[in-house]
Design a protein around this ligand. Structure first.
Ligand code: NDP
Length: 359
């Protein structure tokens, strides 16, 4: 039961501070968008902070992950996961701190990554919740480079793409959460790496910070000739995050036995009508493989992913960038921005102060 104030262990050293009691703030889905979501498709609501029952934990959200898949959850109808019901809290990955534990596996003060959604406090059974060690890496990375987007890059590139040294790997949304990790792992595997991104700043970052060989700004350059110049030997692996016109152009450049991990189709997430399909003849002629995948099917790769990517991060071979906005109320605009390419790096919402970071 929460009344008056809550003592919250503070970071790795375990000092405590008190927090005034507050209502829980939550962002609910108010209306299903047609096309591009609008801020008033969401509603911020207040309700009492819930209490954990035996076997449960109460967590406060420090970071909320903003991901493109959330657009699909706002639609009615079947996809690979259930839609959010109207009036319900928007779903999403979270990094949190345990405030009260009635679960033997968690203690008050633990940092965890889970799936509490767009709310400041949440009760859970601990299923699917993993503890984080703030000494290993900043806890926010559990939503990005060391989280679901990083693992998507790892599984899609290594298991489906199967890169060999010297091959050309092309990736779209190259400066984003998934794309930036794809390109860097491809570099580690000795590939020629080319990105596609939506601004000069993103392309400069991919080349000078992340070590890509080239990056094509699709908003400033005509895509096909720019890709031909950047990939003179053709494309062996196209890690596709966007679909649409980029996929159509890349298909004309694929080499024999090319692999295309089909990761995302963000170019059509806000579409009201589906675009006409690309010409698939080059797929046939090149004996190429296109394979769609969903990262949540690949839980068996979590330990390998965390082992490799934590090590590469520590060695400075894997870099990341976060785009953090303040306050739960900023979440709707952040999601709308991701669907328009306004984020630069992994999009996060800082919901409550992170006690592991110096203020
Ligand atoms: P990002 O951090 O890459 O952000 C999304 C980026 O997509 C934007 O910054 C923008 O970059 C680009 N973009 C947005 N709108 C468009 C558009 N209309 N046309 C082309 N590009 C656009 O997001 P993530 O790294 O989290 O996700 C990347 C992709 O991976 C998404 O499609 C997502 O759905 C998919 N994904 C799939 C998973 C799976 O299991 N299959 C798991 C996780 C993600 P720019 O400015 O460069 O255009």
């Amino acid at each position: 039961m929460l009344a008056g104030s809550i003592a919250v262990p503070r970071g790795p050293k375990g000092q405590t501070h008190t927090m005034p009691s507050a209502m829980n703030r939550r962002v609910l889905l108010r209306r299903r968008p047609v096309g591009t979501p609008r801020p008033d498709d969401f509603e911020v609501s207040e309700s009492p902070i819930p209490s954990p029952h035996p076997g449960e934990i109460l967590c406060r959200t420090l970071y909320l992950s903003i991901d493109p898949y959330m657009r699909g959850r706002m639609n009615e109808g079947r996809s690979y996961a259930r839609s959010v019901e109207l009036g319900q809290v928007m779903v999403g990955g979270t990094v949190s701190q345990v405030v009260e534990s009635r679960h033997p596996g968690f203690a008050s003060g633990d940092f965890v990554v889970g799936y509490d959604g767009w709310q400041a406090y949440a009760v859970s059974t601990g299923a699917g919740v993993r503890k984080l060690d703030p000494v290993q890496a900043p806890i926010s990375t559990a939503l990005g480079v060391l989280g679901m987007p990083g693992m998507t890059a790892y599984v899609g590139l290594l298991d489906i793409g199967q890169p060999a040294p010297g091959e050309t790997v092309l990736v779209s949304a190259a400066a984003g959460a998934v794309g930036s990790v794809v390109g860097q792992i491809a570099r580690i595997k000795g590939c020629h790496v080319v990105g596609i991104a939506g601004s000069k700043a993103k392309c400069d970052y991919a080349v000078s910070e992340l070590g890509f060989d080239h990056c094509v700004d699709y908003r400033a350059q005509e895509l096909l000739p720019a890709l031909q110049a950047a990939c003179p030997g053709g494309v062996d692996i196209y890690f596709d995050n966007v679909g649409g016109a980029a996929l159509a152009a890349v298909l004309t450049l694929i080499n024999r036995n090319a692999r295309i991990p089909l990761c995302g189709l963000i170019a059509q997430y806000n579409a009201i009508e589906l675009p006409s399909g690309p010409n698939l003849l080059p797929v046939l002629v090149s004996r190429a493989l296109i394979k769609g995948f969903i990262v949540s099917d690949h839980g068996d790769r979590l330990a390998a992913f965390l082992g490799d990517c934590t090590r590469w991060l520590r060695e400075g071979r894997l870099k990341y960038r976060e785009d953090v906005v303040d306050g739960l109320e900023a979440a709707p605009a952040a999601l709308i921005g991701v669907l328009e390419g306004r984020n630069f790096g992994k999009m996060l919402v800082s919901v409550l102060p992170d006690p592991t970071r110096p203020s």
